[in-house]
Every structure is written in structure tokens, then in C-alpha cells.
Design a protein around this ligand. Sequence first.
Ligand SMILES: [Zn+2]
Length: 410
Amino acid sequence: MRDTELYHHLLGLEDPWFVREVNLDTEAQRVDVWVEHPKGLHWPCPECGIEGPLHDHAGERVWRHLDSCQFQTFLRARPPRVICPEHGVRQVRLAWAEPHARFTVLFERFAIEVLSHTHIEAGRRILRISWDEAWHLLERAVQRGERRKPERIIAQLGVDEKSVGSGQDYVTVVCDLERATVEEVTEGNSCRSLQSYFDGLSIEQREGIEAVAMDMAGGYINAVSGSLANGREKIVFDRFHIMKLMNEAVDKVRREEHRMLGQKGKSVLTGSKFMWLYSQEKLPFVYREAFSALRASTLKTARAWAIKENLRELWRYKSRAWAEGFWKRWYFWASHSRLQPVKKIAKTLKDHLYGILSYCKHRITNAMTEGINSKIETLRKAACGFRNKQRFRTVILFRLGGLDLSPATH
Ligand SMILES: [Zn+2]
């Protein structure tokens, strides 16, 4: 078999294309394959499909193809241009590559597969492509996925801010809680950041949103109240954010008490910091004995901890009325605790009670996207922080967007 014929098969070329020449460069470990078509053909317009005679050829283009025997393989051709009575002079669509691609469809599909399972740096080394080419691939894949994405109603959303790189630079990540996919990544962590997501939805999609899980900070509350009908009723403040605030309050009480005790001698709280942060049933066995003594003491920290642990009960109620009854008792206890950090959080929770009791109805938390959050964190670290937010968005949607990314083969 001649090498031109061999490559005709390897490339999966379709009529009318044939291989004119193959050049093997053993030094550079690369194969260049020139393909051509016979003269006198008619070509379909890429817009309307109406066939017309050849007008001329565009300049030679190069597409990276799948390696042949570890040699990088490049396809080369001059794309024909056709005159359409309606659309004028247009470049014909080629079966082996999408418009503007630097790779053949087969290479692109393979590369997407590799990059879906590795970090960009590792993936680009396997594929032997530059950073620039890797980005070109990722960006095109995400654009392709977004173009194909069907318009769906998402009933339960999770909204969370994520820091980009270091410092006070954030993006807002909007998740579909049912499918556990990232729907959108927008700039900043303000009201506008979430609003711009809502602005991109159809009326049906906006009306279809039943609940939004979020934390109590930030402008997200205003975005939901302002953009969705009965928005306030759809807000569910995330249970884990709330418990995190409570844990911080317990820690503040402990630090203050530890300092006071230290002034009078050795503090019994020495070395106990982490014990107080566990929930009761998760406390490691080695701490059990020491901790049960501390818990039973008259320490302020023990009281703060008990109040914190008790609050967890709130999310067990199925009936809103019962939850509200529980809340009132808890709030009385917390607000009369004479523990400043605990009182402060209790007040914050009271101001946001509408979005806490709404859990009884919607029963959602952002914990459903915990896997997503840790993956985003891994992506961020792998890229040593993203200075460019647009790229951070691309990577997140590429890996976690649930998109159909690959170009179709013919
Ligand atoms: Zn046309």
C-alpha cells in the first residue's frame, strides 16, 4: 500500500478528498499530509447548501491530527471557496474539522477526553500541545457545549461565592442542585453577579425556580428578591454556613475564656480548641473522656457549645410550625446566655429567620454541591489561582458544567 493510500484510510478521508503527498520528518518526529480534491467540482454553500462552482482557494491551513505511531501528524489543505448567489464568496465546510479549529475533529475529541480527566498542564503534555492551544480547545469545547445546551427548568439552585486566586477577588458559582452541575460562573459576589445569571434566563426558566440555597452574606438576597416572583420565599440560607458561624462563635467564647483562665493560672481549656468544633457524634474517640468532663463543667465555652449543638435540631423538623416553636425556645436561650458572640449570631439568625425556616418547605442545602466545591478548589489550586476570571469560568464549565463538549464526527 502506498503511503498516500495508507493515510487516506488513517485520516478517514471522504470523497472528493484524496492524499496528494505525505512527508515524514524523522528528526522532528512529524508527519505532514497534504490533501486535495479533483478539479471541476461544485461545492455547497456553508450557509444554505446550494451548490456552486469553485471560486478559488483560501491559503493553506494546518490541522493537528491524532498521532501516527507517536509521530505528530498534521493535515494540510487549501479550503475551497464557493460563490453562492445569496451569500457571496464563502469557504466550504470541511468534514475533518470545525470552522476556525486548529485540530481535526478526531484529535479534538481525543483531547477533550484527556483534558476531562487531567489538569491542563498534564493534559497538554500528553497531547503535546501548547498552553495556548489547550485554551483554544477548552474555550471552543465550552462554547460548543453551551450552544447545544437545551433550555431546562432548574427548580433548585445553589449559589456560592468562590475566591479567585488570592485576596478579595470573587466569582459567583450557580449550581443545579438536582443534577449537581455548575450552570454559570459570573464575575464578583454582589447582587449584580447573581442578577446577570437571572437576566440570561427565559421567563419560563425564571418562573421555574422554586428555591435558592445561599449564605446570609453578600448581595444574593437582593438579587433573588428583586429578580424572582415571591423571591424572598424561595431563599434558603445554607445550614452549613449557619453552623459555621455558630462554630466561630463558640471559638470566640473559648478564646476569651481561655485568656481569662490563663491569667489566674493554668487554663483547663488548654489544647481543647478542636474538640469544641466537632459535632457531638463525630468527636474522635481519643477525646471522648476529656471532652465529657469539659462539657459537664460550668465553663462558658461548654454552654456556648451546648447552644450550638442544640441549634442543629432546627433542621430536623418537617413542620414549619414546630420548627418555629423550637426556634423561639432556642432564641430565648441563646439571647439570654450572656455570651456575647452567641447573642450576636442569634440576632443575625433572627433577622434572617424567613430564609432559615424555609428549609422545612424546600429541604435543600449547598452540601449537595460539596463535591463540586472541592473540585473547583482543586481546579483553582492546579492552576495556582486564576488571574483571569474568564478562564476560571471556562475550566469550571468544562469540567463541571455537564455539557456536551465534543465535536460531532461525520
Ligand atoms: Zn448560500
